[in-house]
Design a protein around this ligand. Structure first.
Ligand SMILES: NC(=O)c1ccc[n+]([C@@H]2O[C@H](COP(=O)([O-])OP(=O)(O)OC[C@H]3O[C@@H](n4cnc5c(N)ncnc54)[C@H](OP(=O)(O)O)[C@@H]3O)[C@@H](O)[C@H]2O)c1
Length: 253
């Protein structure tokens, strides 16, 4: 990780779970980390918790489901840091429901999942890539997808969640190929697909008794996924691990 010391990383969904673990680990490895989330104050709390690490954590309030909010966040990043080397697209959510329910309430939830998990990820990637070009240095984009980008174990919490993750996985390969066509051999991109991770995700999705449910099946910690991110970043610049799947031992799907 020495090659990334002092470089600038942006992590979306940094206020909780996997994203919180990633910002801590990147700062521990000496990076300057900008965490994006709606609850920016939670990122400030994380920064205060690990204030003695070699790197530094900054927070930036951003709704990844809102293009104007994304543009404003990257404008702030550009003004303060000028460039970006690493983007971890981690923000995401799901909800319990059905695609075929035509209610306005369900429409709102479906749109939110699509806008945050996929549309927002497209735009954070485009904004970060612009600032990676300013950096004119090695760079990396890591998309935190899910094992549901290739299997669908829970239809009731999947709704459009699994399709957005399929789209993220496909987009990762599109970006890789665009970089190849553009003769860009300094920036690489990976898709990371976690199995079940014991975070606030299930509760936020409205899974009944989420905590008990997550305890009843094999599960990882946010730090396990963060270690996957560190592994992807640790590979030599000419090595692109394009797909990393991390499951807890014993996961049934
Ligand atoms: N937990 C699992 O079992 C699991 C498995 C596979 C993949 N994943 C993926 O891992 C990623 C992180 O999830 P997690 O498990 O760490 O869940 P989590 O603890 O609920 O954290 C979700 C993060 O996403 C952010 N987020 C949600 N909506 C947002 C919005 N509109 N704008 C900005 N940020 C938003 C949240 O920040 P704010 O609420 O502060 O905005 C929070 O930081 C997600 O992409 C998820 O799909 C999770």
């Amino acid at each position: 990780m020495d090659k990334w010391v002092g470089k600038i990383a942006v992590v979306t969904g940094a206020s909780s779970g996997i994203g919180a673990a990633i910002v801590k680990d990147l700062a521990q490895h000496g990076l300057t980390v900008i965490g994006l989330a709606r609850r920016a104050e939670k990122i400030d709390e994380i920064a205060a918790e690990v204030s003695s690490v070699p790197g530094k954590i900054y927070s930036c309030k951003c709704d990844i489901g809102d293009l104007d909010s994304i543009k404003a966040a990257f404008k702030w990043i550009e003004e303060k840091f000028q460039k970006v080397h690493i983007l971890v697209n981690n923000a995401g959510l799901a909800f319990v429901g059905t695609v075929l329910n035509p209610s306005d309430e369900e429409t709102e939830k479906l749109n939110k999942v699509i806008n945050v998990n996929f549309t927002g990820l497209v735009h954070t990637t485009r904004q970060a890539f612009r600032l990676m070009q300013v950096a004119d240095d090695y760079g990396m984009i890591i998309n935190i997808s899910s094992i549901v980008d290739s299997v669908i174990p829970f239809p009731s919490t999947s709704t459009v969640y699994a399709p957005t993750k399929h789209a993220v996985r496909a987009l990762t390969e599109i970006i890789r190929q665009e970089l190849v066509v553009g003769n860009n051999d300094k920036i690489k991109v990976s898709n990371l697909s976690p199995g079940v991770v014991r975070t606030n995700f299930g509760q936020a999705a409205g899974i009944p008794n989420a905590e008990e449910f997550y305890k009843s099946i094999p599960g990882l910690q946010g730090a396990d996924i963060s270690q996957g991110v560190i592994y992807l970043l640790s590979t030599p610049h000419n090595v692109n691990v394009t797909q990393l799947t991390i499951k807890p031992v014993g996961e049934k799907f």
